[in-house]
Design a protein around this ligand. Structure first.
Ligand SMILES: [Zn+2]
Length: 308
C-alpha cells in the first residue's frame, strides 16, 4: 500500500510539475529498495536479519555468541551508517546473548521488544541461566546487579515499544505481531515488511532444523504452536511472502505445514518410545537432514518424555 501510495503521489507531482513548467527536467525521486540480509549464525543454527533502506537498519534478533553478534554488526555496517534498531523476538538466549557484542559495535543502537512480557522473559532467562552456571563463560551477559556490576543492563538497555511498528528512516515500516499464545516460547514476535514481502517468524518457524520443544514447552503449548502455524498459513496464503525463520534457511509458506507435521511426529514418538535414545533415533530416522540433533532434538525429547 505504501508503495502504491508513493507511486500515486509521485505521478501526481510529475503531472502537476509538467503542467506548470513543461520544460523543467523531470526528476525522478528514488525510493530506496528495502534489502533483507540474512545472517546464519555459526552457533545454534539461529538467524539474524538486517532489514535496510540504506539510510538505516532494523536488525531482527541478536544471535547467541559475541562472535556472531559482532558478525551481525559488521553486516549492518555494510548496509548503512544510519540509525539502527535491534528487535529481539522472544526471550530465548540464542536470540539475545549477542546483544553485548552489538552494543559494543553499535553504541547508539536502540534495542527493542514488542511487549513488556518479552523483556521480562529475557531478564528471567538470563537470571535463570546465571543461576544454573550456564553463563559462567559469558559474564558480560549475566544480568547487571549490585553484586555483578559488570553484567549486561537488560532492564536499562531494552526498550518496550509502545506501538506494533518499526520504521526505517526512509519511511518503510515493519508491522509487528506479538499477541501469540505460548508456543515455542512464552511470548513471540513476528514482523512483516510489505515493501519486501518478507515475513520474519521468530521461532514460530524452523526450516530443516530440529524444533525446540525443550524446557518450557508443554504438550499444550506444542498444540497451540500447531494451531498458530495453521493460522500463519491461512493469514499469508494470498500474499505468499518469503518466510524468514528463526532457524534455518529462508523458505516459503510450505514450512508451516512441515513444522506442524514435525510437531505431530515428535509428540507421537516421545509418547511411545521406550527411552530417550530410542526417541532420538526415531526422529533422526524421520528427519535425517535436519540440523542440530545433538542439542535441540535431545533437549526436546528429554522434555517431552517427562510429560507423557
Ligand atoms: Zn531460537
Amino acid at each position: 500500500m505504501r508503495t502504491l501510495a508513493t507511486a500515486l503521489a509521485l505521478a501526481t507531482l510529475t503531472a502537476c510539475g509538467s503542467a506548470a513548467a513543461p520544460h523543467a527536467p523531470t526528476a525522478t525521486p528514488s525510493v530506496a529498495p528495502i534489502t533483507v540480509t540474512p545472517y546464519a549464525a555459526a552457533e545454534s543454527n539461529v538467524n539474524a536479519y538486517v532489514v535496510s533502506d540504506g539510510q538505516g537498519a532494523i536488525v531482527i534478533d541478536a544471535t547467541r555468541t559475541p562472535a556472531d553478534g559482532a558478525a551481525v554488526a559488521a553486516l549492518v555496517a555494510q548496509r548503512t551508517t544510519g540509525p539502527v534498531t535491534v528487535l529481539i523476538t522472544h526471550g530465548h538466549p540464542d536470540h539475545f546473548l549477542g546483544l553485548g557484542a552489538l552494543r559494543a559495535a553499535l553504541p547508539d543502537a536502540r534495542f527493542v521488544v514488542a511487549r513488556p512480557e518479552i523483556k521480562a522473559d529475557i531478564i528471567g532467562m538470563a537470571t535463570w541461566m546465571t543461576a544454573q552456571g550456564w553463563l559462567a563463560q559469558l559474564p558480560a551477559m549475566q544480568p547487571k546487579t549490585a553484586a555483578h556490576p559488570d553484567g549486561f543492563d537488560y532492564a536499562g538497555q531494552l526498550e518496550v515499544l509502545d506501538a506494533p511498528t518499526l520504521a526505517l528512516p526512509g519511511g518503510a515500516a515493519l508491522a509487528l505481531t506479538a499477541d501469540y499464545p505460548a508456543t515455542e516460547a512464552e511470548h513471540m514476535t513476528t514482523a512483516y515488511s510489505p515493501d519486501a514481502n518478507a515475513l520474519f517468524t521468530g521461532d514460530l518457524a524452523y526450516h530443516d532444523v530440529h524444533l525446540w520443544l525443550g524446557v518450557g514447552v508443554t504438550r499444550a503449548s506444542a498444540a497451540a504452536w500447531q494451531t498458530t502455524l495453521d493460522g500463519l498459513g491461512a493469514t499469508w496464503g494470498a500474499r505468499r511472502p518469503t518466510v524468514y525463520p528463526g532457524h534455518g534457511a529462508p523458505a516459503d509458506l510450505a514450512v508451516f505445514a512441515a513444522d506442524r507435521a514435525y510437531i505431530d511426529d515428535i509428540l507421537a514418538v516421545t509418547a511411545s518410545a521406550p527411552s530417550d535414545e530410542a526417541a532420538i533415533a526415531a526422529m533422526a530416522a524421520k528427519y535425517p537432514e535436519h540440523a542440530n540433533r545433538d542439542f535441540l532434538l535431545m533437549m526436546s525429547v528429554t522434555n517431552l518424555r517427562t510429560q507423557k
